[in-house]
Design a protein. Structure first.
Length: 219
């Protein structure tokens, strides 16, 4: 009887503890979990299960590694905020699968993403034909963001445009510049005309239809 009571009490305690740990690690939807998040969550869950199933295991021996994992995760999240390279390594980068109505087979191969996956995710968004898609972006979470072609008065699809991030956290996105056939020098000159000389102070800069959107750090 005492053993069953111990299991019940430990279950309640670890349930509350895990809720607290997850709350301190930040809010994220399940679909937005990175590989690092998933590994930490699984390890914490396994530690709790072992401590519940084996009453002879001291509680401190289970709590200590759980708290340590929480600290590691918080530190990794902080590093991700400061370092885009580290964030890309952990979370991955979005890939443009359909660019201006053209399927990028190379990007699909790099992501181990096939046409069945593409068609399935398009159907989930009530899109029946790839011909109706202007841009399809495979996000780092695995979800597919779709921008449909703009239709004219005759209900025929027309080409639209997409917002291109050119600077993220003070770092120029060279790949995005190439995608719009622009250079690093062009970007610096355009920003200089607008009074932005120190690119390191720019938190976010995007380009769409010839217009820039610029957000400075700590503003």
């Amino acid at each position: 009887m005492t053993e069953y009571l111990t299991i019940v009490l430990r279950t309640i305690m670890f349930y509350i503890l895990i809720l607290g740990i997850f709350r301190m690690m930040g809010k994220r939807e399940i679909g937005e979990l990175s590989i690092l998040d998933l590994v930490v969550f699984i390890m914490i869950g396994e530690l709790a299960v072992v401590a519940i199933e084996r009453p002879n295991v001291r509680i401190l021996h289970a709590i200590l590694p759980m708290v340590l994992l929480m600290v590691i995760q918080i530190m990794m999240a902080f590093i991700s905020l400061k370092s885009k390279k580290f964030r890309n390594f952990v979370d991955g980068k979005p890939s443009i699968i359909i660019n201006r109505g053209k399927i990028d087979e190379k990007a699909m191969r790099n992501q181990r993403y096939n046409f069945d996956d593409l068609m399935t995710q398009l159907r989930e968004k009530d899109i029946r034909s790839i011909a109706d898609v202007e841009f399809a972006i495979l996000e780092s979470s695995g979800s597919l963001s779709v921008i449909e072609k703009v239709k004219n008065n005759n209900n025929e699809p027309q080409q639209g445009d997409i917002t291109i991030p050119l600077i993220l956290d003070g770092t120029i996105e060279e790949g995005n510049l190439q995608s719009i056939n622009k250079t690093n020098l062009w970007l610096r000159q355009e920003l200089k005309k607008r009074g932005y000389r120190d690119l390191k102070k720019i938190s976010f800069c995007s380009y769409e239809n010839g217009e820039f959107f610029i957000d400075m750090q700590d503003e």
